[in-house]
Structure formats: structure tokens, C-alpha cells
Design a protein around this ligand. Structure first.
Ligand SMILES: NC(=O)c1ccc[n+]([C@@H]2O[C@H](COP(=O)([O-])OP(=O)(O)OC[C@H]3O[C@@H](n4cnc5c(N)ncnc54)[C@H](OP(=O)(O)O)[C@@H]3O)[C@@H](O)[C@H]2O)c1
Length: 380
């Protein structure tokens, strides 16, 4: 069993870390929060194999709080451990600001020094992470994170203030921080060093951050989800959603209706095409067209359909009967004219995926009846 203590457990990084620690096998987690009795801290310190020391202040009401909490609490912890001959491993969330002579930076630097002395004197392992801006779910807005503040304000339709759009930002994502912290649980030090880095660091500017977040907000209207293969974009998207008000998780979509039924576009992506659904009344036949490059997947999710395909220069008719009783996808290859007919008494709902976005100016859609040849023969 690894006994873990997390100080500052109720904060942004603390909450995310604790959730992950609870999922680790053979780990017992104790928490220390602001306002807890110091005797509780001492009891936990006696039992801990590793301490994640996250308790700290970034923007206290009085400057004296920096020294009292950031360095003072750290000194209290290492002094107690030293006096009681305990040598747990300590992982400390310092800040890139520790390189600067600000009250916050100086207090973090002093905490680092206290930890390094403790390690040098006792042989205990100390891992110091000088974190840049951390972003992700559960970070308080209007505190220590421009990402949190922008996400909150933009998602609540408030104006954001940008003083210098070109100001560069160094960011790390909360799950990466947690991953790196979790690695320390079992890590054995092989080098004489104190400082460690988060494995993935992102660089952007204040202006670009705002632009991306407004674009993310706009996805509910454009339906175009951002390029999730870009990690920063993916993490900003997920972070933005975590700031939505609970009554703002849903949004309406335009419904295009005609005599056949309705069509609703759900999600579009410049990288991955689009997803849409259609409803069709009894007996309705959709399609009777082909594409050169566009390919589609048809999936009947309510009702039953006959999907017919014919290679455009062939007479051979291919028929698939599909229904909600056995959910299947039917691929529509290029160069095959195709149709889908509702063969149930009620409404049919079909989920579609197309590999490209619908382009009004170049629809790549050519009308051609699937059963034209047979029909013409019948007429004759
Ligand atoms: N998030 C970042 O971008 C970032 C970057 C660099 C470094 N860091 C450092 O990483 C640590 C965690 O950051 P965070 O973003 O999770 O901040 P946070 O949300 O403010 O969490 C810090 C936690 O420490 C608690 N705390 C304050 N004084 C305490 C005390 N005397 N005893 C016990 N707990 C105390 C706070 O309680 P209250 O909620 O009651 O104040 C809060 O729950 C901090 O030390 C911070 O300086 C964070």
C-alpha cells in the first residue's frame, strides 16, 4: 500500500489528481485542506510515503500570505518530517514564476529551497515541477488562469479584456500534469536533480487563445468542430465545455423539412466530413444519385429500409435490406447510384456520414435513378 497525502486537495490540480489517485490500485489517499487542524496534517505526515504538496496561494488579499502559505507551510512540513525522522517523497507544484522577484515567485523559490535542503539532509526524494499556466476542467475563473477566465466569460456571453494580444502563453494541460504526478508514485530517482518538466508544453498567444475559444463557441452555429488532431485545440475544446452552465448543455439545430420528411445536420468537420440524420415518411425513397469522390455510410436507426445500388455503367442491381433490429452500416462507394426506401409503416430515421462537407457550389451529386433501366423497359 502506498500512503499518499495531498495538500491543497480541494484546489484545481488537487481535485483532478485525487480523482486519478483513487483509481490507482494499492494507494490510500489522505487530504489536507485549508482550515484543517494542523494536528491532522501531522498525523498524515507520520503515515505518508509520498506527499503531493499543492497547497498554495496565487492572489491572496495580503502579500504576507505568499510567505505564510507558499513557503511557510512548506517549511512547517519539512521541519516536522525532519524532526520526526520521516523521509517521504515530495512532489511540489512550484511555478515558472519562481524565477522572478515577485512576492509569489519569491515565496515559491523559498519553498523550493526548503525542499531541496530537506532532500539533501535526509536523502528523501524531492520532485519540483515549475509549472507554467495549467488549464483544464475545474480551474477557477478570475484567479490564476487566463484560459479559465476566457472560457468562463466567452461561454457566458461576456466580453473579455485583452491588453496585449501578442503576449505569449506557455500552457500545460491538467491531464498531462496529473499523468506526470502519477508517474512519481512509483518512480525511483536515478539522477541527482530536483527539477522536472511536464511532458507536453503548449505555446500560444493571448490573441490566438481568444480566437480559438470564440471559434469553439461558434461551433454550435457552424456545426464545424475544430481539428481534434491538434492537441491544444482538443484540450481547449474540452476545457471550454467544462465552463458551460448546467442549463446550457443543449442547443437547437436547423431542421430542413419537405414532403419526404426532414434532414438535420449534426456535426461537421473539415478533416472528417459530416454527420446528419434524416426522417422519412412511409414509402419515401431518397437518393437516386451518385458521387465521384464523396462516399457515405448509411445506418438505419429506426424502422427498416431497402438500400439499392447500381454501378453507373452497369445493369446489375445490388439490394441491402437493413433495419433497427440489426444495426448495420451500408457503405456507398463512389460511382454507384443509390437509393434508400422506407419500407416500414411508420417513420424511418437514418444516420448518415459523408466524408466531405456539403459544398453548394460543387455538390459532387449527380441525379440518376437506380432502377432507371428497368423502369424504362417497363414503359416500353
Ligand atoms: N494552476 C496553475 O496554473 C499553477 C501554475 C503554477 C503553479 N501552481 C501551483 O500549484 C498549486 C495548485 O494550484 P491550483 O491551480 O490547484 O490552485 P488552487 O485551485 O488555488 O488550489 C490550491 C489549494 O490550496 C489550498 N490552500 C491554500 N492555503 C492552504 C493552506 N494553508 N493549507 C492547506 N491548503 C491551502 C487552497 O484552498 P482555498 O481554495 O481555500 O484557497 C486551494 O484549495 C498551487 O501551489 C499553485 O501555486 C499552479
Amino acid at each position: 500500500m502506498i500512503n499518499v497525502l495531498v495538500t491543497g486537495a480541494g484546489g484545481f490540480i488537487g481535485k483532478n489528481l485525487i480523482d486519478r489517485l483513487h483509481k490507482e490500485k494499492g494507494v490510500s489517499v489522505k487530504q489536507y485542506h485549508r482550515g484543517d487542524d494542523p494536528s491532522l496534517l501531522y498525523r498524515h505526515l507520520n503515515e505518508s510515503d509520498i506527499i503531493y504538496h499543492l497547497a498554495g496561494v496565487n492572489r491572496p488579499q495580503r502579500n504576507a500570505e505568499f510567505a505564510r502559505i507558499n513557503s511557510g507551510l512548506t517549511e512547517l512540513i519539512v521541519n516536522y518530517l525532519r524532526e520526526n525522522q520521516k523521509t517521504p517523497k515530495i512532489v511540489f507544484s512550484s511555478s515558472t514564476q519562481a524565477a522572478f522577484d515577485t512576492p509569489y515567485g519569491l515565496s515559491k523559490k523559498a519553498a523550493e529551497e526548503a525542499l531541496k535542503n530537506y532532500s539533501n539532509e535526509t536523502g528523501a526524494e524531492v520532485y519540483i515541477f515549475r509549472l507554467p499556466g495549467v488549464f483544464g476542467k475545474w480551474c477557477k475563473p478570475h484567479y490564476n488562469s487566463v484560459v479559465a477566465t476566457f472560457c468562463h466569460e466567452i461561454s457566458h456571453d461576456n466580453e473579455i479584456e485583452i491588453h496585449d494580444a501578442n503576449k505569449t502563453l506557455e500552457l500545460v494541460y491538467i491531464d498531462d500534469v496529473v499523468d506526470n504526478f502519477i508517474d512519481c508514485l512509483t518512480r525511483k530517482k536515478t539522477e541527482e536533480k530536483f527539477y522536472y518538466h511536464i511532458s507536453q508544453i503548449f505555446h500560444t498567444t493571448v490573441g490566438e487563445l481568444a480566437r480559438q475559444l470564440y471559434e469553439i463557441k461558434g461551433t454550435r452555429k457552424s456545426l464545424i468542430i475544430p481539428d481534434m488532431s491538434d492537441k491544444l485545440t482538443k484540450y481547449l475544446y474540452t476545457t471550454y465545455l467544462s465552463y458551460l452552465d448546467e442549463n446550457n448543455f443543449s442547443y437547437d439545430l436547423p431542421v430542413y423539412q419537405d414532403e419526404r420528411g426532414s434532414l438535420v445536420e449534426l456535426i461537421k468537420s473539415h478533416q472528417a466530413g459530416q454527420v446528419f440524420i434524416s426522417t422519412s415518411r412511409k414509402g419515401v425513397i431518397r437518393g437516386n444519385h451518385y458521387h465521384h469522390t464523396k462516399v457515405e455510410k448509411f445506418c438505419v436507426i429506426k424502422g427498416a429500409a431497402t438500400i439499392k445500388l447500381r454501378k453507373i455503367n452497369s445493369d446489375e442491381l445490388i439490394t441491402y435490406t437493413v433495419s433497427d433490429q440489426n444495426i448495420q452500416i451500408v457503405d456507398i462507394p463512389p460511382g454507384f447510384t443509390h437509393s434508400i426506401e422506407n419500407v416500414t409503416d411508420g417513420e424511418m430515421i437514418v444516420l448518415f456520414w459523408a466524408n466531405e462537407l456539403f459544398d453548394q457550389d460543387n455538390p459532387d451529386t449527380f441525379p440518376l435513378k437506380v432502377q432507371q433501366i428497368k423502369d424504362d423497359e417497363k414503359k416500353g
